[in-house]
Design a protein around this ligand. Sequence first.
Ligand code: ADP
Ligand code: MG
Length: 338
Amino acid sequence: MTLLSLTGISKRYGAVTALDRATLEIKAGTLTAIVGASGSGKTTLLRLIAGFEAPDAGRIAFAGAEIAGPSAFVPAHRRAIGLVAQEGALFPHLSVGGNVGFGMDHRSPDAVDALLDAVELDPAIRSRMPHELSGGQQQRVALARALARRPKLMLLDEPFSALDAGLRANMRQMVKRRLTEEGVTGILVTHDQQEALSFADQLAVLEEGRVVQAGSPRELYLQPRTEMLAKFLGDALIIEGIVQSGETDTPLGRVRVGRATADGQVRVLLRPEQVRLVSWSEGTPTAEIVSASFEGPVTVVTFRAAGVQFTLKVPSADAPVQGRASIVLVGTGHVIPQ
Ligand code: ADP
Ligand code: MG
């Protein structure tokens, strides 16, 4: 069942077009990650969904009713939508308990404690002030405060970006558990591609105010619509190839592509994990190693194949560092649409 649908949403600030006919659908009970370069319109999109701004064009429907559009505008406090902003979102003059209890219909110490517990905070901190908390604790309190209003949809605007990597992974798991257990639908804005790929059921990419692709993380990672998207979501080898009957000849060797691909010249995406460099043997596509730079678990190997130079991260344990290696391609290459 669709919980939220955005249809052709545009928003301008003076001469700047922040959103340009953005269209997106969110199913109830799912987690969607939104990624995009800085300035691509991510925060604006969340502010429109939350009701802090009105679109210049398009409609937003939520739980079966139009909440923004030519004939309707439901104000933020009447939408069952919570928002956790990037940082500094707590009321500085209110204690932790005061922040969490703010806006609660039936405020009680027990309810506040239960929410603090739910976001894995010790309820004993209820009387502390926001400036007495670490960054991670502040974000947990902000989440507890947003959950207190029992939203159907939770918007999270890069809530972990100020935290270090270990804490970030921790918070991500906690948020996911919390939303899933409370049956709250979630939208997470992040600039961390790994976070987006692992957090979400759906991934949507914004580019200059437009949703350029939305789908499962797997689909976007393996079958991006554009080269820009391919590179945005991870390391990418994009190579020229000639298709004949569902196979492509490339400088790295022959690779399978979708059977429906028409014969002719194409550009093919391979993810680094699809390219293996193994001990050299006669008659195989050959990589001449140009350089190898050790980086711990992976080694960055630059090599030439059929006159073309490539750079690839390979597992250090069996990375070739000089001489030549054979290239083995695994899986299917993705032909990038022209
Ligand atoms: P993101 O969150 O993806 O970094 P934003 O949604 O914050 O992007 O901004 C999208 C564009 O809209 C940017 O060019 C930004 O400068 C502009 N913008 C956002 N909010 C305002 C505002 N209140 N006034 C003027 N320009 C704005
Ligand atoms: Mg932003």
